[in-house]
Design a protein around this ligand. Structure first.
Ligand SMILES: C[S@@+](CC[C@H](N)C(=O)[O-])C[C@H]1O[C@@H](n2cnc3c(N)ncnc32)[C@H](O)[C@@H]1O
Length: 259
């Protein structure tokens, strides 16, 4: 199983913080996934790299069966504890523990940048039915120093740690070329949706603590970051963070018939 060690350790101890602090996904994005892949009460969907099951939660109300695959045991335990009707499996994108053509759609939230793109896209295509497709989602905060005056100081607290953690295996959009070159899917269709997260300062601290590059710091350094942010937010009431969700949808390309 190929899981970047920074992901394996970074998500090992943050399941509670993750579930508490991360923003989830807008209904519009879920509607587009359901519409594009014609998902119904008899469809099965794989939430790959499911984390604490944020996408699984949203999809279980819309489709017949959700399977969550996640390599980090503590994250998996959080899904299993909350979402009894979802099948939860240990596994990685590069070796999905499902039979061929087992699911009608695969969704990947905030995780495709961690994958080995060629191996993962071949595996995703393998587990999809002939009419199936994949949905890749990422949230990006669109806050600015104009609407959030403490943002500049906040960025100064965390920026060096982000840089020091290094690039993601397929981050900064570098997943796209190898995904398209692998040839398992039709053209990617990109769309965006916006949403907002309203949270208390403690929830934002939980979110920051759930970022793998903060979670992976030595405990004293991690505590120092969180203390600095807590001091910055002291006395703040509710915080509203605006997000853009980027959604990429692609249908599986039909397998070539032998001549
Ligand atoms: C930022 S979290 C996203 C979790 C969830 N999909 C969500 O939308 O909230 C990234 C997740 O990717 C998982 N992950 C990292 N590398 C993986 C791989 N190669 N295969 C499957 N999951 C992986 C991590 O364990 C972590 O739970």
């Amino acid at each position: 199983m190929t899981v970047d060690p920074r992901a394996a350790s970074g998500f090992a101890d943050v399941a509670e913080a993750y579930q508490r602090g991360r923003p989830g996904y807008p209904r519009e994005a879920i509607d587009r996934i359901v519409g594009r892949f014609e998902l119904t009460a008899s469809s099965t969907v794989l939430d790959l790299a499911a984390g604490t099951g944020q996408l699984s939660r949203l999809l279980q109300r819309r489709v017949g069966h959700v399977i969550a695959v996640e390599p980090v045991a503590a994250m998996r335990a959080r899904i299993a504890a909350d979402l009894l009707q979802i099948t939860v499996l240990d596994g990685a994108a590069e070796a999905i523990p499902l039979a061929d053509a087992a699911v009608d759609a695969v969704v990947v939230g905030e995780a495709f940048h961690w994958f080995d793109v060629a191996a993962a896209s071949a595996q995703i295509a393998r587990v999809l039915t002939a009419q199936g497709g994949v949905a890749l989602l990422w949230n990006t905060p669109t806050w600015t120093v104009q609407d959030t005056p403490w943002l500049h100081a906040f960025r100064q607290i965390v920026a060096d740690h982000r840089r020091a953690a290094g690039d993601y295996p397929a981050g900064n959009g570098s997943w796209k070329d190898p995904f398209e070159r692998a040839g398992h899917f039709e053209r990617l269709v990109h769309s965006q949706a916006v949403h907002k997260q309203t949270l208390e300062p403690d929830d934002l601290l939980a979110q920051i603590g759930s970022w793998s590059w903060i979670a992976n710091l030595q405990s004293a350094a991690r505590a120092a970051v969180l203390d600095d942010v807590a001091a910055l937010l002291a006395g703040h009431g509710e915080i509203v963070i605006p997000y853009r969700t980027d959604l990429y949808l692609a249908k599986r390309r039909p397998a070539l018939e032998p001549d």
